[in-house]
Design a protein around this ligand. Structure first.
Ligand code: NCD
Ligand code: ZN
Length: 344
């Protein structure tokens, strides 16, 4: 197969950042996606509908002319989120989910939740109203090895939350392990997972063997090869509980090439092309449309995009660097050859 036409995809997890960054991130999102779920981890975070409204306006101001790409907004849960905040989110047409970050788990998560059990009333209200809970599924206890944080989160927290709130719609964001994929697959009730291109294309050897590659450092961290294989199987299986979420998370080059480099991979320069590469390697291009364009919309109760996109087998080389917010960033797969190219 040398050409693939699919319903225009959506990205169910991305970071656009703010202000000067939007000139890079918003056109990149609009290049191929119909909609994007915009993560709320700004400083300060997007905690309520008023902040989401203002942020959405700034995003829309950066949208290319004639683009119909839509930002779908998310509220950031904190220890102080109330049931009223959830009711306001539910009443707002462009807020589509609330995101749980454990305090200190990842970039800009200092305002995150310190104790999950404090959120029971909030989860109760979300379940009742059908508001989607997105979870950064990692524990942050210092004694838990960074490679085990997702699996331990599932055992310590997710099992309990599923049992206590069986009808709560939840997405385990950016799963990185066999345990994550298996838990989602075996769950009854409304639980899905998003999967990033970096976790399909790479494992921790790519990041650590022969020298540390800071541009592959993201959270949850890349795991061993066995987990990469499990994620490829899940993404290409045709199981509608697994869908596209790039977690495209730009950081300026100097912040990643640093003695304490920050976490996040930028993939929106070539998001659908990177997924096409992974699906092609698995012999599963026929499953790309479901994963990229249908299953996420189904989960969020939204219509499919009306447009289509076409990918051609037409090898090209990913740029080594991209202008970003007055500086530059190093994109995922910089300098590497990709086989699939989006037709304009
Ligand atoms: C994200 C970021 O930079 O905002 N980083 C990352 O490594 N994925 C935060 C997140 O989604 O965890
Ligand atoms: Zn993210």
């Amino acid at each position: 197969m040398d050409q693939l036409t699919i319903i225009q995809p959506d990205d169910w997890h991305l970071h656009l950042r703010d202000e000067g960054a939007l000139a890079t991130t918003v056109p990149a999102a609009a290049r191929c996606f119909g909609r994007g779920i915009v993560m709320p981890n700004l400083v300060p975070p997007v905690r309520n509908v008023a902040a989401a409204t203002a942020y959405r306006e700034r995003i829309l101001a950066a949208r290319p002319e004639n683009s119909e790409w839509q930002p779908l907004m998310v509220l950031y849960l904190t220890d102080n989120t109330s049931a009223d905040d959830i009711r306001a989110a539910h009443a707002c047409a462009f807020v589509h989910a609330c995101k749980y970050y454990p305090a200190g788990a990842t970039t800009n998560s200092d305002s995150g939740v310190t104790d999950l059990e404090r959120l029971d009333e909030v989860f109760e209200t979300m379940q009742e109203l059908g508001v989607v809970l997105q979870m950064h599924g990692e524990v942050t206890d210092p004694d838990i090895d960074i490679f085990d944080r997702e699996a331990v989160f599932i055992d310590r927290h997710l099992v309990r939350i599923r049992e206590k709130f069986p009808a709560l719609k939840m997405v385990l964001e950016h799963i990185t392990t066999e345990q994550g994929a298996t838990f989602v697959r075996n769950s009854e009730g409304p639980l899905a997972a998003s999967i990033t291109p970096q976790h399909l294309l790479y494992n921790r050897n790519d990041m650590l063997v022969g020298g540390i590659r800071p541009h592959l450092f993201c959270l949850p961290i890349l795991k061993r090869n066995r987990h990469q294989t499990a994620l490829i199987e899940a993404a290409t299986s045709g199981d509608s509980r697994f869908f596209l979420g790039t977690d495209s998370a730009p950081h300026p080059r100097h912040a990643k090439e640093n003695a304490c480099g920050c976490a996040g991979c930028y993939s929106h320069h070539a998001a659908i092309e990177l997924y096409a590469e992974a699906f092609d390697r698995a012999g599963a291009l026929h499953q790309l449309e479901g994963f990229a364009s249908r299953y996420g919309a189904d989960f969020y109760n939204l219509a499919y995009n009306r447009r289509k996109i076409t990918l051609n087998r037409d090898p090209w080389t990913v740029p080594e660097r991209i202008d970003y917010d007055g500086g530059e960033l190093i994109p995922l797969a910089a300098g590497q050859a990709l086989n699939w190219r989006l037709q304009n």
